[in-house]
Design a binder for this molecule. Structure first.
Ligand code: GBH
Length: 486
């Protein structure tokens, strides 16, 4: 599939929604202000400043804690239908538990949500975007089965306060990144029982999600009629060539990175996918474990998980090329269980980080794969974006966005139920270990300025025009970057 390869003028329907996304740690700053508790990212970056590319952590970030009115003004400038942001658990419950409720922390989210509603912008709230209270990490974090309870207790407090105002909820951002790659950071520190904690986390975090979903169904849904979903990191993966071993390696890779997290919730029979169960069981045995490192889901847990989402949040950035890996490593780890190598396609346009290359066809293929395997679930694209260096004329971001939106239009034309599209990100922010060396924003942020000045990039104006017209033009460019908030 190719964008603009035919002369059809495709259009997003009038009820299709456009939004932008951020997350608490990455934009709020005010890390210890007004009684906020410490998160695992505060601790990790304060203890290890040298892991951050440019040394800039989230202590100040975009200072959205104080600049939320400017943030909402930008949303109005763009004309978005919704704003996806996350609530910082340690900001509102500093101990991790509801015994201590931080009034001023809640006040911030009251203000932000009210400001959004004042201008008719729907809040889409992520309940957890990587920033666990450090005090819960000290108890083992997501590897502790009690984390299911901790999360549900937190979520209940938030639902009680905001269910009347917020209709779109995302329980957890990218459980697959949290459990199996660096975003759970301190939970998954190298050498801390690798190959074991990844799967304990997977089980616990999925159950935490499902319990939060059921809680909403039982106690809030009738009254407030909102919907609750979960966002997964879902890049596409293709084999590097058509050799049998690489095709098979790709199936395994998809099993671990896509189906391990989708199958329990969206498949007809639920449970972890059989290909993953089989591989982890076999390798565990070879390694001398008495049972599989992948925990079993009981029949009750399978039922709890099955169907526990009103929509699938798709965070999609790129397509990986997969090659079978010849090397055998005895030590247990998630990577070893997957056992493949990712190769980069040098021909594709590359953004700042090496993992991010433009491959819009992959979004189309991913949608078709999800439809075929999980029977056409309702989807929101909850993240899609591109990173650049600083600079306002961000043509590569514009081009990437247009190509991905075109791929999405084709996926919709071929039957995918997509309700909304969300750009990552509204503005430049703290890109975890990459600090502010990678810029994903439609708005540039001057992190050295006292007011963390935000300025629209070309992509902001192009996105605004797409939202207004609902079509994706091939080459429209603004003449200047002035954007009026009227
Ligand atoms: C998103 O994850 C996050 O949800 C968001 O917070 C973040 O700002 C955004 O990415 C942009 O980075 O450095 O080679 O080890 C997207 C999925 C999975 C992409 C982990 C980066 C690390 C690759 N991410 N991956 S590497």
């Amino acid at each position: 599939v190719e964008a603009w390869s035919d002369n059809k003028r495709r259009k997003f329907s009038n009820d299709f929604k456009f939004g932008v996304s951020t997350s608490a740690y990455q934009v709020e700053g005010a890390w210890n202000v007004d009684g906020k508790g410490e998160s695992i990212w505060d601790r990790y970056f304060h203890d290890n400043p040298n892991v951050i590319t440019d040394g800039r952590n989230g202590d100040e970030a975009c200072d959205s804690y104080h600049k939320y009115k400017r943030d909402v003004e930008m949303l109005r400038e763009l004309g978005v239908d919704y704003y996806r942001f996350s609530i910082s658990w340690p900001r509102v419950l500093p101990s991790g538990f509801p015994n201590e409720q931080n009034k001023l922390g809640f006040q911030y989210y009251d203000n932000l949500i009210d400001e959004l509603l004042k201008y008719n912008i729907m809040p889409m709230v992520t309940l957890y975007h990587f920033d666990l209270p450090q005090k819960l990490q000290d108890l083992g974090g997501w590897a502790n089965p009690h984390s299911v309870d901790w999360f549900v207790d937190y979520v209940r407090v938030v639902f009680d306060r905001y269910a009347s105002k917020v209709k779109h909820w995302i329980t957890i951002n990218q459980p697959n990144s949290i459990c199996t790659s660096a975003y759970g950071e301190t939970a998954m520190t190298p050498d801390l029982n690798k190959g074991i904690t990844e799967y304990q986390c997977t089980k616990n975090i999925l159950l935490a999600h499902a319990m939060a979903y059921r809680l909403y169904q039982k106690e809030y849904k009738n009254k407030y009629k909102g919907s609750v979903g979960i966002s997964m990191s879902l890049n596409w993966a293709d084999p590097v060539d058509n050799s049998t071993e690489n095709v098979e390696a790709t199936e395994v890779f998809r099993g671990f990175n896509i189906d391990l997290f989708l199958n329990p919730i969206w498949s007809k029979n639920g449970d972890f996918p059989s290909i993953v169960k089989k591989i982890v069981a076999e390798k565990s045995k070879q390694q001398g474990f008495s049972k599989s490192r992948l925990p079993v889901l009981s029949p009750e847990e399978i039922e709890l998980l099955r169907g526990s989402a009103d929509f699938l949040g798709v965070n999609h950035y790129t397509t990986d090329l997969v090659k079978a890996s010849a090397k055998y490593i005895h030590s247990p780890s998630f990577e070893n269980d997957v056992g493949v190598e990712i190769v980069l396609d040098e021909k594709r346009n590359q953004s700042q980080p090496s993992w991010l290359r433009s491959a819009p066809y992959g979004l189309y293929k991913l949608c078709i794969y999800i439809n075929q395997n999980y029977d056409y679930p309702t989807i929101y694209i909850t993240e899609n974006g591109w990173s650049t260096k600083t600079g306002l004329w961000d043509r590569s971001r514009v081009e990437n966005m247009r190509l991905y939106l075109n791929a999405l239009l084709l996926a919709i034309e071929d039957g995918t139920t997509v309700k909304g599209y969300t750009v990552w990100s509204l503005m430049d922010n703290v890109e975890w270990q990459a600090g502010t060396s990678e810029r994903f924003g439609l708005y540039e942020v001057d992190f050295d300025s006292r007011y963390k000045k935000r300025t629209a990039r070309m992509s902001a104006l192009v996105y605004k025009r797409i939202i207004q017209s609902r079509i994706v033009e091939k080459d429209w460019e603004p003449r200047n970057l002035y954007i009026s908030s009227q």
